[in-house]
Design a protein. Structure first.
Length: 288
């Protein structure tokens, strides 16, 4: 009787575990080749411009020209209109406007989440709209802007089962799209041709396991859609933490923001790895 019970229990657990699908790290369709890296100021997101990039940090935005020279800076991107906020995530640019997710990040969740608009030249604040409560979104890690469909896509670091749609011009909430299997630690996203690329903090720096970039093909309705892994960040000296990403205007290069040196657990700083005296924030450049 006991053996029969244990056999039944084993079959039941196997059935339950088979239903808990996990992202497939072994089938990486490597579509980008690493070219070089450059250190920057800013540890959160990146937006590709025609002639340079804009980098975001928790409380900072910096614009660099194509020669890597700083040409604009906003050292207080939300202190005047959302003073309790402490996090500006991944960003994107559409029609001369920078879109970024602003929130108060606390205990792994976002509070008072807004999508902010900034002037892409000066980086000055223009306007914002709140995340729709009916969306159920728990955290705001990044924003991607679709220039063809007038859409914004929002990601959630705490729950990688959903992406959220908004109309860029009005800020109207348009619904959400499911991901199956759900991703772990989505830090940012960007448009690439007819798809979305998502940066996932799904590696383990303690065991030298890399983070990944995933691709999904959006469709109408709640989905779900299946993510495909297209890049493992094996070129990173110490995996650390992947952040935002962007694709250059010609579609030829992928830029991934990444931090190394610091040990991050549950979104919180837990000290430096041996051999580091500070954190390095870098942009990793890949070619298709």
């Amino acid at each position: 009787m006991l053996r029969s019970y244990l056999t039944l229990l084993t079959l039941l657990m196997a059935s339950l575990l088979s239903g808990c699908r996990q992202p497939d790290f072994d089938k990486v369709q490597q579509q980008w080749a690493f070219r070089h890296r450059v250190e920057v100021v800013g540890r959160q997101g990146v937006a590709c411009l025609k002639a340079g990039v804009i980098v975001s940090s928790n409380r900072l935005m910096v614009r660099y020209n194509r020669d890597g020279e700083e040409v604009a800076r906003n050292a207080s991107p939300f202190s005047d209109w959302l003073p309790k906020a402490n996090h500006l995530g991944d960003i994107d640019v559409l029609d001369g406007v920078v879109y970024g997710g602003v929130e108060r990040f606390k205990d792994g969740r976002g509070q008072n989440m807004h999508v902010a608009r900034y002037d892409a030249d000066t980086l000055r604040y223009k306007s914002s709209f709140p995340v729709a409560p009916e969306s159920g979104q728990k955290e705001l890690s990044g924003v991607a802007a679709d220039p063809v469909k007038d859409l914004l896509w929002l990601s959630d670091w705490s729950d990688g089962a959903w992406l959220y749609r908004y109309q860029a011009s009005t800020g109207a909430y348009l619904g959400k799209m499911g991901l199956a299997p759900a991703l772990v630690g989505v830090q940012g996203l960007t448009i690439d041709r007819d798809g979305l690329l998502l940066a996932a903090d799904d590696g383990d720096a303690d065991h030298h396991q890399p983070d990944h970039v995933w691709r999904v093909s959006p469709r109408a309705g709640e989905g779900p859609v299946k993510p495909t892994s297209i890049l493992a960040l094996t070129d990173v000296v110490r995996s650390g933490e992947i952040e935002g990403l962007c694709v250059t205007r010609d579609g030829a290069q992928l830029v991934v923001a990444h931090n190394r040196g610091t040990r991050i657990v549950g979104g919180k700083f837990k000290g430096l790895y041996p051999g580091y005296s500070r954190e390095f924030s870098e942009l990793h450049v890949y070619r298709r």
